[in-house]
Ligand binder design. Sequence first.
Ligand code: PGA
Length: 250
Amino acid sequence: MRKKVIAGNWKMNMLPNETIEYIEKFSKLVENSDNEVILCVPYIDLFYCLLNCQGTNIKVGAQNVHFEEKGAYTGEVSAKMLKSIGVEYVIIGHSERRQYFGETDESVNKKVKAALENGLKPIICVGESLEQREQGLTENIIRNQTKLALEGISKEQMSNIIIAYEPIWAIGTGKTATSEDANNSIKAIRDEVSKVYDKEVAENTIIQYGGSVKSSNAKELFETSDIDGGLVGGASLVPEEFAKIVNYNK
Ligand code: PGA
């Protein structure tokens, strides 16, 4: 049985002092959860987050990483750097990065490799735009993004990878994919993983849903056959609300 993994994506929100206050409240609310809890926070908050999550069941992730180990890449942060302070996860290929910062399937794949080589666990985001969905391209797009992100990744490395299906039209819009629809897309992604590797790897891969997940829809989404938890943006900024999502099965 796959476990449920619920990750918060704070995006470009929260200052260090807000991070400390958040964790003080949030850690108490989720301490008895049987689901895995991850907070993916801005670089500036990572160290505070790591310090304050010590001794809790909260794992810490970054939201981006550069694929080179070091060098003349002003403003970038490498996987080795993240690992050195104790970061465990990193979101790679979020649609906002693909859309606004020129992230491509090729750079996503390079980042996934760099993360794994340095002992970080990637949360790889895939998802179609509204236009692509209306043209009936959803399955093609997400299968292709999945395949390209995983190019050159070994079967053994797959146990350290999470995939997040995030339809772009559902992110931050209040529009959620229906649980049936999201589950079907995730089944397609799982089938693609099975094609690249095998059925066993596919059955063991954690695949989350993301896009306007809230406490009011989390249960319905997470109780489907193939959705293994969520990547939560807006609703993860309020500790009480995010804790309700994490505790959806309580
Ligand atoms: P949202 O964002 O929950 O605010 O829609 C999800 C995401 O972008 O990861």
